[in-house]
Design a protein around this ligand. Sequence first.
Ligand code: CA
Length: 701
Amino acid sequence: MRGRRRTPSLLAVLTLGLTGCAAPDEPTRTVVDDAALADTTQGDNWLGFGRTSSEQRFSPLTQITDANVGGLAVDWYLDLPGDKGLGSTPLVVDGVLYFIGSMNIVRAVDATSGTVLWTYDPRVREYAGRLRAGWDLSRGIAYWNDKVYVATWDGRLNAVDAATGAEVWSVQTIDPELAMYITGPPKVFKGKVLVGNGGTENGPSRGYVTAYDAETGEQAWRFWIVPGNPADGFENDAMRMAAETWTGEWWTHGGGGNAWHGFTYDAELDQLYIGTGNGSPWNQKVRSPGGGDNLFLCSIVALDPDTGEYLWHYQTTPGETWDYNSNMDIVLADLEIEGRERKVILHAPKNGFFYVIDRTNGELISAENFVETTWASSIDLETGRPVEVPGARYESGMASVTPTELGGHNWHAMSFNPETGLAYYPAMHQARTYTDIGIDPATYRVTNWLVGVGVGGGNTGSTHPDGLLSTLQAWDPVRQELAWEIPLPGLYSPGTMTTAGNLVFQGRLDGAFVAYRADTGAELWTYDLGLGILAPPITYAVDGRQYVALLVGYGSLAARGTEAAALGWAYGLHTRRLVTFSLEGTATLPPQPPPYIPGPIDAPFEVDRAQVGRGAVVFGQQCSLCHGGGAVAGGLTPDLRASLIVTRLEDFASVVRDGARAVNGMPAYADISLDELVALQHYIRARAETDLAAQAAEERR
Ligand code: CA
């Protein structure tokens, strides 16, 4: 069998302490290389982020089908009491399941029992200050040959021995002075590990991706996504070309373009595709005041995987000004379109259009909107460019636009089932006000480590005909139309996985784990996990038993604000878990506490109204990213309206300025002055009192 050789299994190696000899009937060990990652026929393993290098998240396993999925039961589970938000895709190699959890801690567990084989802690607590710009959440890891690759939100790329969890090498991939971070999975191909970064909104950021030698960690190449200052010279011809599409002194703002999620290696065509980010800052009037397409923002860029040299690009949102990045999954497929076999990319980025792109050359084949789009009416197939709606660029200072900055679709996994011909992903239906009234583009500057986008406004409600914020969509990319759609609770719903058993699996924000018929969307099975879900499921098989596995843990950056709070997944209350199901499962999950919504508490503190306005400004810039607009937490962090610490200045200072809770991921904000701290106290307590009064009025009604 291709890509396999007879060697001791990992479990055998662990049992024998690396010294024993394998019995002749030991199972073969999978060599994870380009051939293994591209192999769509084997279903036992889940070797890469999107299962195979096509990123389809389609499994050929057929033990669990649309006929018997109703019998699915918990097989085993692993409690993760120290974890918070869990959004990652586990990997499975020869009966061992590897996953990354909170604080970027990676565990290897027996995929048939959940027994922990090793734990790797990259000690991100030592870098807690960087959480000011980042997330305590990773979307995944990579596996190649005999190592697991772990990117940390402080910017390191670490190689770990897959057999023991011992760190083999570690490199820092971002400048510690810059407000950048990594939440995405590394991608491995041809003996190289690729890693990107995020942080477009947190400082003057210039995005890039870097490839490292998988064995040594030595840098192989780096590709910058937007041009730097022309006076410094361009790194390559691609940057010289890109610079023609920028105006003003864009480099002083960084430009952005950070590639934080979608990377796909096309083993068939030997090309690497990078999904690129939005502008830094969002507002193009600030960033590139004379307009221009601003390459390579919001694009799919094809690179030579050996050298990182530019091959071609397709830009989904020229001159972007809405945070419509194209970082979403880049899924490879072969489709018959108008009688021709086409090698295509399927891509559903934030801007609300579903793109089918010829991956041999980057030409647009078709594009239709999958959610309501009021920024552009259509995509011109001749030019490949959007037909923009006048006014959508908030030319006169304000516009109501859909989708929002969260997108019609975000990072949540899109799967594609070649048997049904459908792509499955959660869609978001929401409008937003964009306004730069009060912002002077000539003087606006994003300050390092603070949230800055050069745009005001906020989300304004559903644009779906049924008033829904989120739906599961099954999209036909050949016909470019919706095949079926299912209402979902909440807004920021998790991703999907699909199988040859005519199934689609998806978790929900309300804690339900659901299986649908892949062809019709009929709901076939549901299981209440008692805690909101962010992560996409996987499936694998060991010793002839098919498992479905899912990380259960609400608490990403979206877990803040009133919409998230209404779900009732309070910080630190519900136990995070890795749960697996099979048709032979007999395990019982311990019950979770019911949903709980922490409300504001009455506390001994006299609010000085004169301090509230200043406190609101400090809170908006420094605290709201994690603690929520209006100090309403949604599960990611404690609700400060319910905190007694806030009322006691000495305790409050020890947490905020001295980092007393750094171990939990609360960084030390040493540069916040005592005056600002006091203003924060008055603002938070004023918010609590306002909400208490509203509650009391509600109860009287
Ligand atoms: Ca962004």
